[in-house]
Design a protein around this ligand. Structure first.
Ligand code: TXA
Ligand code: MG
Length: 317
């Protein structure tokens, strides 16, 4: 990489993590690996540092950020873990579940983190490098996905530098992300109801049944856009996307799945976990291609396929 604006990428080893912690302590921006996607981290207790996240991403200020913590104990400083929240946190964390809970008055988080909402989104990520980083920081980390607002999320360090090079202070590289789609977001309401705000790797129906021994009520998720990441157009490769395609037109970059082959494949063997892990890498490849359009094979609406199809519909919107 060249040019005076280039952001340095370093391996997420002990030295890289120590350097990242130092930059974050000083209010800087570091792209960090998580098990879902790469995040763009800043200290969540600093107005100045959090403002830099919005600026680097070109993110609208009404879209709040997820606060990353080590564990349920640290989370309890920012929100009251009432009703099922404590059990959920203790059984799923560290892992790809974000809990939206009532924020504590004395949370001490930068106001922009929650965009004026009375709630806060909290997650303890499982990636060992991110866990080591959180252990080295005596503050929580606000971190949205490390991409320009509205575009494809990053699952590799190269994806981060392709969209944020020169706008952030450091990229910690730990190779490709294992899960490949963003965390499941669950809001726990005052009345105890569970609302899924974003589908992801954690299957809430299975979790509800396991923890509470009863099926989850499929309450109407409301019509307010509460998680603005759920706006119609998102994850966009910058060219038209056609879904459920059986074959490509001559001017289309084809993303295959299973028997439907293409310029690249989400999973040749039709494995949904592999498809989730490869989803954004395939979309990045499609975005870089000279072909002006994108076609994507049908993906089964089951398990993690629900989250894959959610992202594909928004990429196509
Ligand atoms: O897997 C993930 O969750 C990744 C990694 C980096 O942890 N992060 C991520 O962040 O996907 P982001 O900013 O791309 O998506 C966060 C979503 C947005 O849709 C935002 O609107 C929603 O979380 N959100 C944040 N705080 C909220 C709150 N208090 N109430 C409702 N939604 C909230
Ligand atoms: Mg995002």
């Amino acid at each position: 990489m060249s040019g005076k604006n280039a952001t340095e990428t370093v391996f997420a080893d002990a030295k890289g993590i120590a350097r990242a912690a130092n930059i974050l302590a000083g209010g800087g921006l570091v792209a960090v690996p998580t098990e879902t996607v790469y995040g763009l981290a800043a200290r969540a207790d600093s107005d100045h540092a959090v403002a830099r996240i919005y600026q680097a991403k070109g993110r609208p200020s009404f879209n709040p950020l997820i606060v990353h913590v080590r564990d349920a104990e640290q989370a309890a400083r920012y929100a009251r873990l009432e009703r099922d929240a404590d059990r959920l946190a203790r059984s799923v964390w560290p892992g790809p579940l974000t809990l939206v809970l009532s924020r504590r008055e004395d949370a001490g988080l930068a106001a922009a983190v929650t965009a004026g909402l009375p709630t806060v989104a909290l997650r303890a990520p499982a990636h060992p490098a991110m866990r080591a980083l959180l252990a080295a920081c005596d503050f929580p980390l606000a971190a949205p996905s490390a991409n320009r607002s509205g575009f494809i999320s990053p699952t590799r360090a190269e994806h981060v530098s392709a969209s944020l090079d020169g706008r952030i202070d450091l990229i910690l590289d730990a190779g490709p992300c294992e899960e490949g789609v963003e965390s499941t977001i669950l809001a726990i309401r005052e009345d105890g109801r569970w609302d899924e705000l974003r589908p992801g790797p954690v299957d809430l129906d299975a979790l509800h049944q396991r923890l509470l021994g009863a099926p989850r009520e499929s309450g109407g998720a409301g019509d307010a856009i509460e998680a603005p990441g759920q706006l119609a157009s998102h994850y966009a490769p910058g060219k038209p996307v056609r879904l459920n395609a059986a074959a490509a037109a001559p001017d289309e970059f084809m993303i295959g799945f299973g028997d439907v082959t293409g310029h690249c494949s989400l999973s040749l063997r039709g494995d949904l976990g592999e498809a989730a892990a490869r989803l954004y890498a395939c979309l990045h490849e499609a975005a870089r291609s000279d072909l002006p359009r994108v076609a994507v094979a049908a993906v089964p609406e089951a398990g993690i396929g629900v989250a894959i199809n959610d992202r594909l519909r928004r990429a196509a919107a």
